[in-house]
Design a protein around this ligand. Structure first.
Ligand code: CP
Length: 316
Protein backbone atom coordinates (compact mmCIF):
# COMPACT_ATOMS: atom_id res chain seq x y z
CA UNK A 1 0.00 0.00 0.00
CA UNK A 2 1.43 3.38 -1.01
CA UNK A 3 -0.86 5.65 1.00
CA UNK A 4 -0.05 6.71 4.53
CA UNK A 5 -2.72 9.28 5.21
CA UNK A 6 -4.56 8.35 8.37
CA UNK A 7 -6.84 11.34 9.02
CA UNK A 8 -10.64 11.18 8.93
CA UNK A 9 -10.97 14.36 6.83
CA UNK A 10 -9.05 16.47 4.33
CA UNK A 11 -9.80 20.05 5.35
CA UNK A 12 -6.57 21.93 4.62
CA UNK A 13 -2.94 21.54 3.59
CA UNK A 14 -1.58 23.64 6.48
CA UNK A 15 -1.77 20.90 9.17
CA UNK A 16 -0.41 18.11 6.94
CA UNK A 17 3.07 16.65 7.19
CA UNK A 18 5.29 16.18 4.18
CA UNK A 19 4.96 12.37 4.21
CA UNK A 20 1.15 12.63 4.17
CA UNK A 21 1.25 14.90 1.13
CA UNK A 22 3.77 12.69 -0.63
CA UNK A 23 1.73 9.57 0.03
CA UNK A 24 -1.31 11.19 -1.61
CA UNK A 25 0.81 12.28 -4.58
CA UNK A 26 2.28 8.79 -4.96
CA UNK A 27 -1.16 7.21 -4.91
CA UNK A 28 -2.51 9.86 -7.32
CA UNK A 29 0.35 9.13 -9.68
CA UNK A 30 -0.75 5.49 -9.85
CA UNK A 31 -4.25 6.56 -10.81
CA UNK A 32 -3.00 8.65 -13.75
CA UNK A 33 -2.17 5.44 -15.62
CA UNK A 34 -5.51 3.84 -14.75
CA UNK A 35 -7.39 6.89 -16.04
CA UNK A 36 -5.62 6.61 -19.40
CA UNK A 37 -6.85 3.07 -19.93
CA UNK A 38 -10.14 2.08 -21.54
CA UNK A 39 -11.18 0.14 -18.42
CA UNK A 40 -11.00 2.77 -15.68
CA UNK A 41 -13.11 1.16 -12.98
CA UNK A 42 -11.98 -0.19 -9.61
CA UNK A 43 -14.12 -1.42 -6.73
CA UNK A 44 -12.14 0.31 -3.98
CA UNK A 45 -15.22 2.28 -2.86
CA UNK A 46 -17.84 -0.35 -3.73
CA UNK A 47 -20.80 0.04 -1.34
CA UNK A 48 -19.69 3.51 -0.27
CA UNK A 49 -21.71 6.70 -0.81
CA UNK A 50 -20.17 10.02 -1.79
CA UNK A 51 -22.13 13.27 -1.70
CA UNK A 52 -20.99 16.42 -3.51
CA UNK A 53 -22.38 19.46 -1.69
CA UNK A 54 -21.36 22.62 -3.55
CA UNK A 55 -22.65 26.01 -2.39
CA UNK A 56 -20.54 27.76 -5.04
CA UNK A 57 -20.29 27.03 -8.77
CA UNK A 58 -17.71 24.55 -9.99
CA UNK A 59 -16.81 22.79 -13.21
CA UNK A 60 -13.48 21.07 -12.52
CA UNK A 61 -13.70 20.17 -8.84
CA UNK A 62 -17.26 18.87 -8.76
CA UNK A 63 -17.03 16.88 -11.99
CA UNK A 64 -13.66 15.38 -11.08
CA UNK A 65 -14.90 14.29 -7.65
CA UNK A 66 -17.91 12.73 -9.35
CA UNK A 67 -15.71 10.89 -11.86
CA UNK A 68 -13.21 9.91 -9.17
CA UNK A 69 -15.95 8.44 -6.97
CA UNK A 70 -17.56 6.57 -9.86
CA UNK A 71 -14.27 5.18 -11.14
CA UNK A 72 -13.63 3.79 -7.66
CA UNK A 73 -17.07 2.17 -7.58
CA UNK A 74 -18.88 4.50 -5.14
CA UNK A 75 -22.47 5.67 -5.42
CA UNK A 76 -22.18 9.40 -6.07
CA UNK A 77 -24.88 11.98 -5.44
CA UNK A 78 -24.51 15.59 -6.61
CA UNK A 79 -26.62 17.74 -4.33
CA UNK A 80 -28.20 20.59 -6.23
CA UNK A 81 -28.01 23.37 -3.65
CA UNK A 82 -29.97 25.76 -5.88
CA UNK A 83 -32.93 23.32 -5.84
CA UNK A 84 -32.57 22.35 -2.17
CA UNK A 85 -34.19 23.55 1.04
CA UNK A 86 -31.30 26.01 1.43
CA UNK A 87 -33.52 28.16 -0.81
CA UNK A 88 -36.22 27.97 1.90
CA UNK A 89 -33.84 29.19 4.59
CA UNK A 90 -32.46 25.90 5.92
CA UNK A 91 -29.17 26.52 7.67
CA UNK A 92 -25.83 25.17 6.52
CA UNK A 93 -25.54 22.94 9.59
CA UNK A 94 -29.10 21.59 9.22
CA UNK A 95 -28.44 20.79 5.57
CA UNK A 96 -25.25 18.92 6.39
CA UNK A 97 -26.68 17.00 9.35
CA UNK A 98 -29.74 16.07 7.28
CA UNK A 99 -27.52 14.57 4.59
CA UNK A 100 -25.39 12.91 7.26
CA UNK A 101 -28.51 11.11 8.56
CA UNK A 102 -28.66 9.30 5.19
CA UNK A 103 -25.34 7.59 6.04
CA UNK A 104 -22.99 8.88 3.37
CA UNK A 105 -19.38 7.80 3.83
CA UNK A 106 -17.76 10.94 2.43
CA UNK A 107 -19.14 14.45 1.82
CA UNK A 108 -17.25 16.86 -0.45
CA UNK A 109 -18.13 20.44 0.42
CA UNK A 110 -17.48 23.78 -1.25
CA UNK A 111 -18.67 26.90 0.55
CA UNK A 112 -18.18 30.63 0.13
CA UNK A 113 -17.21 31.19 3.79
CA UNK A 114 -13.74 30.47 5.15
CA UNK A 115 -14.00 27.90 7.95
CA UNK A 116 -17.47 26.65 6.97
CA UNK A 117 -16.23 23.21 5.88
CA UNK A 118 -14.27 22.63 9.11
CA UNK A 119 -17.36 23.67 11.08
CA UNK A 120 -19.46 21.08 9.25
CA UNK A 121 -16.84 18.38 9.71
CA UNK A 122 -17.44 18.70 13.47
CA UNK A 123 -21.19 18.16 13.03
CA UNK A 124 -21.22 15.02 10.90
CA UNK A 125 -20.02 11.46 11.42
CA UNK A 126 -18.75 10.82 7.87
CA UNK A 127 -15.47 11.95 6.31
CA UNK A 128 -15.39 15.47 4.87
CA UNK A 129 -13.27 16.87 2.04
CA UNK A 130 -12.85 20.61 1.62
CA UNK A 131 -13.47 21.47 -2.03
CA UNK A 132 -12.75 25.16 -1.34
CA UNK A 133 -13.90 27.37 1.54
CA UNK A 134 -13.95 31.10 0.88
CA UNK A 135 -10.44 32.51 0.61
CA UNK A 136 -9.08 29.93 3.07
CA UNK A 137 -7.99 26.65 1.41
CA UNK A 138 -8.55 24.39 -1.59
CA UNK A 139 -6.41 21.40 -0.61
CA UNK A 140 -7.11 19.08 -3.55
CA UNK A 141 -6.23 21.91 -5.98
CA UNK A 142 -2.79 22.23 -4.37
CA UNK A 143 -2.33 18.46 -4.48
CA UNK A 144 -3.20 18.27 -8.18
CA UNK A 145 -0.92 21.22 -8.90
CA UNK A 146 1.92 19.49 -7.06
CA UNK A 147 1.37 16.23 -8.94
CA UNK A 148 1.39 18.15 -12.23
CA UNK A 149 4.69 19.86 -11.34
CA UNK A 150 6.29 16.70 -10.00
CA UNK A 151 5.49 14.69 -13.13
CA UNK A 152 6.76 17.44 -15.48
CA UNK A 153 9.84 18.54 -13.55
CA UNK A 154 10.66 15.28 -11.77
CA UNK A 155 10.78 17.08 -8.42
CA UNK A 156 9.40 19.99 -6.41
CA UNK A 157 12.30 20.47 -4.00
CA UNK A 158 14.42 23.45 -5.05
CA UNK A 159 12.10 24.81 -7.74
CA UNK A 160 11.12 28.48 -7.84
CA UNK A 161 7.35 28.83 -8.19
CA UNK A 162 5.81 32.27 -8.78
CA UNK A 163 2.12 32.56 -7.86
CA UNK A 164 0.70 35.68 -9.46
CA UNK A 165 -2.54 37.65 -9.35
CA UNK A 166 -5.42 38.00 -6.93
CA UNK A 167 -3.68 36.55 -3.87
CA UNK A 168 -6.09 38.37 -1.54
CA UNK A 169 -9.12 36.26 -2.51
CA UNK A 170 -7.33 33.05 -3.47
CA UNK A 171 -7.71 29.81 -1.52
CA UNK A 172 -5.61 28.22 -4.27
CA UNK A 173 -2.68 30.50 -3.40
CA UNK A 174 -2.89 29.72 0.32
CA UNK A 175 -3.02 25.95 -0.16
CA UNK A 176 -0.22 26.05 -2.71
CA UNK A 177 2.09 28.15 -0.54
CA UNK A 178 1.66 25.68 2.32
CA UNK A 179 2.18 22.63 0.14
CA UNK A 180 5.08 23.92 -1.95
CA UNK A 181 6.90 25.10 1.17
CA UNK A 182 6.48 21.73 2.84
CA UNK A 183 7.92 20.05 -0.26
CA UNK A 184 10.94 22.35 -0.40
CA UNK A 185 10.09 24.76 -3.23
CA UNK A 186 10.92 28.45 -3.14
CA UNK A 187 7.60 30.29 -3.43
CA UNK A 188 7.06 33.84 -4.63
CA UNK A 189 3.76 35.71 -4.41
CA UNK A 190 3.07 38.71 -6.62
CA UNK A 191 0.00 40.96 -6.71
CA UNK A 192 -0.92 44.64 -6.82
CA UNK A 193 -0.76 46.11 -3.32
CA UNK A 194 -4.58 46.16 -3.19
CA UNK A 195 -4.73 42.40 -3.83
CA UNK A 196 -1.94 41.28 -1.48
CA UNK A 197 -3.31 40.41 1.98
CA UNK A 198 -1.63 42.14 4.91
CA UNK A 199 -0.40 38.91 6.53
CA UNK A 200 0.99 37.31 3.37
CA UNK A 201 4.56 38.02 4.48
CA UNK A 202 4.09 35.42 7.23
CA UNK A 203 3.04 32.60 4.91
CA UNK A 204 6.60 31.65 4.04
CA UNK A 205 6.75 33.16 0.55
CA UNK A 206 8.73 36.05 -0.92
CA UNK A 207 6.41 38.98 -1.58
CA UNK A 208 6.54 41.06 -4.77
CA UNK A 209 4.46 43.83 -6.29
CA UNK A 210 6.38 43.93 -9.55
CA UNK A 211 5.37 41.08 -11.86
CA UNK A 212 8.56 41.20 -13.91
CA UNK A 213 10.79 40.89 -10.84
CA UNK A 214 8.66 38.03 -9.50
CA UNK A 215 8.79 36.03 -12.73
CA UNK A 216 12.50 36.44 -13.37
CA UNK A 217 14.19 33.04 -13.09
CA UNK A 218 11.01 31.15 -12.15
CA UNK A 219 10.61 27.46 -13.04
CA UNK A 220 6.82 27.64 -12.78
CA UNK A 221 4.47 30.61 -13.19
CA UNK A 222 1.10 29.91 -11.60
CA UNK A 223 -1.55 32.47 -12.52
CA UNK A 224 -4.57 33.18 -10.32
CA UNK A 225 -8.05 34.12 -11.40
CA UNK A 226 -9.20 37.66 -10.66
CA UNK A 227 -12.09 36.80 -8.32
CA UNK A 228 -14.47 39.66 -8.92
CA UNK A 229 -17.32 37.77 -7.19
CA UNK A 230 -15.44 38.16 -3.86
CA UNK A 231 -14.59 41.86 -4.34
CA UNK A 232 -16.81 44.17 -2.37
CA UNK A 233 -15.00 47.39 -3.23
CA UNK A 234 -12.81 48.75 -5.98
CA UNK A 235 -9.49 46.91 -6.09
CA UNK A 236 -8.28 47.84 -9.58
CA UNK A 237 -8.40 50.87 -11.85
CA UNK A 238 -9.41 48.69 -14.82
CA UNK A 239 -8.97 45.15 -16.16
CA UNK A 240 -7.02 46.55 -19.08
CA UNK A 241 -4.49 48.16 -16.76
CA UNK A 242 -4.37 44.99 -14.67
CA UNK A 243 -3.47 42.95 -17.75
CA UNK A 244 -0.79 45.45 -18.70
CA UNK A 245 1.00 45.13 -15.36
CA UNK A 246 0.04 41.66 -14.13
CA UNK A 247 -1.37 39.69 -17.08
CA UNK A 248 0.92 36.93 -18.33
CA UNK A 249 1.99 37.45 -21.93
CA UNK A 250 5.00 36.29 -23.96
CA UNK A 251 7.09 39.31 -23.06
CA UNK A 252 6.76 38.74 -19.30
CA UNK A 253 7.09 34.95 -19.60
CA UNK A 254 10.41 35.44 -21.41
CA UNK A 255 11.86 36.56 -18.04
CA UNK A 256 11.24 33.13 -16.49
CA UNK A 257 13.69 30.26 -16.93
CA UNK A 258 13.87 28.94 -20.50
CA UNK A 259 11.15 26.32 -20.84
CA UNK A 260 9.37 27.42 -17.64
CA UNK A 261 5.83 26.09 -17.38
CA UNK A 262 2.61 28.05 -16.91
CA UNK A 263 -0.27 26.92 -14.72
CA UNK A 264 -3.75 28.20 -13.91
CA UNK A 265 -6.35 26.52 -11.67
CA UNK A 266 -9.22 27.66 -13.89
CA UNK A 267 -11.63 29.01 -14.74
CA UNK A 268 -9.51 31.52 -16.68
CA UNK A 269 -10.28 35.12 -17.53
CA UNK A 270 -8.55 35.24 -20.90
CA UNK A 271 -7.05 38.61 -21.65
CA UNK A 272 -7.36 39.65 -17.99
CA UNK A 273 -4.82 37.53 -16.09
CA UNK A 274 -3.48 35.45 -18.98
CA UNK A 275 -3.04 35.90 -22.72
CA UNK A 276 -4.76 33.20 -24.78
CA UNK A 277 -1.55 32.65 -26.74
CA UNK A 278 0.12 31.50 -23.50
CA UNK A 279 -2.85 29.58 -22.11
CA UNK A 280 -3.17 27.55 -25.33
CA UNK A 281 0.56 27.01 -25.92
CA UNK A 282 0.93 23.24 -25.50
CA UNK A 283 4.69 23.57 -25.02
CA UNK A 284 4.36 25.91 -22.03
CA UNK A 285 0.87 25.57 -20.56
CA UNK A 286 0.05 22.74 -18.12
CA UNK A 287 -3.56 23.81 -17.69
CA UNK A 288 -5.16 20.72 -19.24
CA UNK A 289 -2.69 18.48 -17.47
CA UNK A 290 -3.79 20.06 -14.17
CA UNK A 291 -7.36 19.05 -14.95
CA UNK A 292 -6.26 15.49 -15.74
CA UNK A 293 -4.28 15.28 -12.48
CA UNK A 294 -7.37 16.52 -10.64
CA UNK A 295 -9.24 13.27 -11.23
CA UNK A 296 -6.24 11.14 -10.23
CA UNK A 297 -5.51 13.11 -7.06
CA UNK A 298 -9.15 13.05 -6.01
CA UNK A 299 -9.24 9.28 -6.48
CA UNK A 300 -6.20 9.11 -4.21
CA UNK A 301 -7.83 11.28 -1.56
CA UNK A 302 -11.07 9.28 -1.68
CA UNK A 303 -9.15 6.02 -1.34
CA UNK A 304 -7.04 7.34 1.53
CA UNK A 305 -10.11 8.51 3.45
CA UNK A 306 -12.00 5.31 2.67
CA UNK A 307 -9.21 3.33 4.34
CA UNK A 308 -10.08 5.08 7.61
CA UNK A 309 -13.80 4.35 7.38
CA UNK A 310 -15.28 1.78 9.78
CA UNK A 311 -15.36 -1.79 8.40
CA UNK A 312 -12.78 -1.11 5.72
CA UNK A 313 -11.05 -4.44 5.32
CA UNK A 314 -7.98 -2.86 3.72
CA UNK A 315 -7.19 -0.72 6.79
CA UNK A 316 -3.85 -1.72 8.21
N1 CP B 1 -9.99 25.20 -9.92
C1 CP B 1 -11.27 25.06 -9.53
O1 CP B 1 -11.57 24.92 -8.34
O2 CP B 1 -12.16 25.08 -10.56
P1 CP B 1 -13.74 24.96 -10.40
O3 CP B 1 -14.23 26.21 -9.72
O4 CP B 1 -14.27 24.82 -11.82
O5 CP B 1 -14.04 23.75 -9.56
Amino acid sequence: MTGHYSRQHLLAIAPLQRHEIESLLDLGNEYVDLNRQIQKKRDTLRGRTLINLFFEPSTRTQSSFELAGKRLGADVMNMSVAQSSVRKGETLIDTATTLNAMHPDIIVIRHQDSGAVALLADKVTCSVINAGDGAHEHPTQALLDALTIRRRMGRIEGLTVTIAGDVMHSRVARSNVHLLNKLGARVRLVAPRTLMPAGAGEWGAEIFNDMRHAITGADIVMMLRLQSERMTGSFLPSQREYFHFYGLDREKLALAKPGAFVMHPGPMNRGVEIDSAIADDIDRSLIHEQVEMGVAVRMAVLEALARQLPNDERKS
